[in-house]
Structure formats: C-alpha cells, structure tokens
Design a protein around this ligand. Structure first.
Ligand code: B12
Length: 364
C-alpha cells in the first residue's frame, strides 16, 4: 500500500514522455511505443507467407519458434506485457574519418559491422532503460531485447512509429534514414502508444534495382536465399554458383540497398554510439590475404583477428571463404600462389572451393 506522502505513479501519458526523455539521454536516436498485448496481424500473416514461399532460404532458424513471433505478452517473452518500447541506435555512415578514407578492408564490411561488437554496448543501454521503466510503477516488469528473442523487430518498430518499413525491407526513420539498429524493452507498464508512420518510398525502386543479387522478391520482401548478407555472414556453406560473382564483391554483409536510398542521402552527424561503430584500427593493419590464410597451419590466430568485432559471427572458415572470393574478384594475380595453396591445403572444403573459384577467376 502506498503511503499518503508517496508520489503517485505517472499516468500512461506521463510514462510516455519520461521514457522518451530517458531514451534520448541514453543516446538512442529514435524511440516509440506499441501495445505489446495485441497480436501482430497482418504482419505475422506476411511472415508466415514468406516462410511458406521459402523466402527464408537457408536460414532454418527463421522457421523455428514461429508462433512465438506473433505476440510479446506470453510465456515466450513476458507474461502480462502491455507495452513494447522500440529504440534505435544509429551507426556510422561516414566514408572518411578525420580526412582519411575508411581502410580498404573495412570498405568490404557492412557499415554496422566495421567497428567493435555493438551488442554489449546496446544491451547495457537497453538494460538502463528497462531499470528506469521498472521505477515507474509498483511491481512493473521490463525485459530488454536485442537479437536475443524470436521477435519480428521491424514489425514492432513500425507499429511503434519509429519509422516505416521501406521497400528495402528496413525500418527507415524520416529525417534519420535506415542506418540504425533496433532494440526493445518489453514491459508490463501501460504506456500511451504511438501511431505508425505512413510509408514514404513513393515510386522509388532504387534499392530493388541496385541489389547486386536481385534479392528482392518484390517491394518490401527480401528473398534471404539471395541476400549477400546471408552468404557472407549467416551460413557456413558455399554460396550458390549463380550468385558467387556478386557475393565475391563483399567481405561481410552488404549495404547497397541502403546506400542508394534517398532517405540516406544526407550524411548525418555520428550518434552517441559512434566510437563503437567507427572502423576498428585492426582493419588498417590487415589485408584480405591475412583473412584468407585463417585456418592454414601458419595462418593468423582467429581470436586475435576477430574477437571483439562483429566479424566473429562468420567464424574462421566463413571469413577465409569470403576473403578468398574477394581476392578472386580483386583481380590481383599476385594472390594466385596463396590461393593455390589454400585450394590444396585448407582443412575446410568450403574454403578450398572458394579458393579454387578465385584461382579460376584470376586465370581467366
Ligand atoms: C534474419 C535476419 C536477417 C537475414 C534475413 C533478412 C530478412 N529479410 O528477414 C539476413 C541475413 C539476410 C539479414 C540481412 C540484413 N539485416 Co537482418 N535481421 C534478421 C533478424 C535476426 C530476423 C528477421 C526476421 O525475422 N525475418 C523473417 C522474415 C521472413 O520476416 P520479415 O522480413 O520481417 O517479414 C516482414 C516483411 O516481409 C513485412 N512485409 C512483407 N510485405 C509487406 C508489405 C507491407 C506493405 C508491409 C508494411 C510489410 C510487409 O511483413 C513481415 C512481418 O513484419 C532481424 C532481427 C529480428 N529479430 O527481427 C535482423 C534485422 C532485420 N537485420 C538488420 C540489419 C541491419 C540487416 C542488414 C542491413 C545487415 C547488413 N548490412 O548486411 C541486412 C539487410 C537486408 C535487407 N534488406 O533486409 C536490422 C534492421 C534494422 C532496420 N533499420 O530495419 C535488424 C532488425 C537487426 C536489429 N536488431 O537491428 N538479416
């Protein structure tokens, strides 16, 4: 029971304003709120249709725990959840730092992944936001999430009005663009929700037209089986031969569908998390050849090379595979002896295969 002198908890409307203030103070670039106790329809139906059409490609985990993605207020996420706060963290879109271009190696890495592993940093900020939310009412529960739960993050972000889903499949915040990651705090607290923003792609189809692998099945819908990110980050297997030439142009992830987007045309000041995303100084010292040698008996140590960076996710063989393809694409015949050695001696058949592809391409 509350003592008469104790302040009463904020109203849903007041909670909305307080959360917004706190999120801004923690460095989030945009924040919005959606009702968590309403199932995601029709977004969930679209997701199921995408799975039925096989658009998850080799990403089998997208077809697991499907029902859990429909709502947030059940046992899978948070029993009794009333609101989901969606907050964005802007990453860097700069091509130059202090007058120097991004190191050559890092240019092949998607912008969100050029720096340090961002998960811990964002998780910390989300935890602080969740701790704050818990103070807004008796017995309030709050669960922070980033990439850790089976949740359709973009669908919730659109509901929460932090941006609209663009034809490139990404959340675009008007005035800020799409170079941002999403995080959530799901809570039992009732907070006045925001209204979704209307889609603002208009007749533009630049992302669909520029995609090097033609990975969009149609506007707003990506075929993950064709996306360069899938074949350079997520899967251990070799990319399909028809996509190999396009995949070889990128070392880790791809931003083409964001780079051509008019909503990203204006370079914006780096956000509060800029130091996390600025190109790692390691990428200045290393070359593609160093990465290609990962896994050879005299190759570099994986931990020293990738630990603490997002590239760790690809694994040593994944990164060696990507580097071999990139060497083939770069057209430097000087790499041929190394690639031949890898094609002969690497313990991974996927890496040997990538090196053979590169040798054939350089020998053309
Ligand atoms: C798996 C995954 C991938 C896979 C598959 C991508 C995909 N399209 O699903 C791969 C490896 C290819 C990938 C790539 C990238 N990803 Co990713 N990925 C995820 C992850 C972990 C799950 C996504 C998921 O559930 N997909 C299942 C598919 C079938 O569902 P869906 O596409 O969401 O389905 C919706 C749409 O189809 C939509 N829809 C369909 N038709 C229509 C029509 C209309 C009118 C509307 C409104 C909606 C709509 O409705 C469905 C339900 O929402 C999320 C994190 C998360 N938990 O959400 C990050 C996430 C989506 N990825 C992210 C990023 C940054 C990227 C990359 C930019 C990384 C890079 N630079 O390489 C690329 C971009 C590729 C692209 N253009 O989509 C960010 C996106 C941030 C943002 N601003 O939107 C997320 C949210 C991670 C995060 N926490 O920030 N990713």
């Amino acid at each position: 029971m509350r003592a008469p002198s104790e302040p009463s908890p904020p109203s849903a409307e007041e909670a909305r304003a307080l959360v917004e203030q706190r999120a801004a103070a923690l460095g989030f670039a945009a924040v919005g709120v959606a009702r968590a106790d309403v199932a995601l329809e029709p977004e969930f139906a679209r997701y199921e249709a995408a799975l039925a059409a096989g658009l998850h490609g080799p990403l089998a985990y997208l077809a697991e725990n499907v029902e859990a993605r429909r709502r947030l207020d059940g046992a899978d996420i948070l029993v009794g959840a009333r609101s989901v706060i969606v907050a964005t963290v802007r990453y860097d879109q700069r091509d130059e730092y202090d007058g120097a271009p991004v190191p050559a190696l890092a240019q092949g890495i998607a912008r969100y992944a050029r720096g340090r592993d961002y998960h811990n940093r964002i998780r910390k900020a989300l935890r602080k936001l969740a701790t704050f939310v818990r103070t807004l009412g008796d017995g309030v529960e709050a669960r922070p999430m980033i990439d850790t739960a089976p949740v359709l993050e973009r669908a919730w972000a659109a509901r929460a009005g932090v941006g609209f889903l663009g034809k490139n499949g990404l959340i675009i915040t008007p005035g800020q663009g799409s170079y941002a990651l999403l995080g959530e705090v799901v809570t039992t607290l009732e907070i006045t929700p925001d209204t979704p923003i209307e889609e603002r792609c208009g007749q533009c189809t630049r992302c669909l037209d520029a995609c090097p692998t033609r990975a969009f099945a149609r506007p707003f819908v990506l075929d993950a089986g064709r996306c360069i990110s899938t074949w350079t980050i997520e899967v251990a297997a070799a990319s399909p031969e028809p996509l190999r030439e396009a995949v070889s142009g990128r070392l880790f992830g791809c931003d083409v569908c964001q780079e051509v987007c008019p909503h990203n045309a204006k370079e914006r000041p780096a956000g509060r998390f800029a130091d996390t995303f600025a190109p790692h100084e390691r990428w200045r010292r290393l070359e593609l050849r160093d990465l290609a040698r990962l896994g050879l008996a005299d190759g570099p140590r994986w931990e020293e090379l990738a630990e603490g960076t997002p590239l760790f996710r690809a694994g040593p063989a994944g990164l060696a595979r990507n580097a071999c393809l990139a060497l083939g694409r770069a057209g430097d015949a000087g790499a041929l002896p190394l690639l031949r050695e890898i094609a002969r001696e690497h313990p991974s058949d996927v890496v040997r295969d990538a090196a053979s592809w590169a040798v054939a391409r350089l020998s053309r």
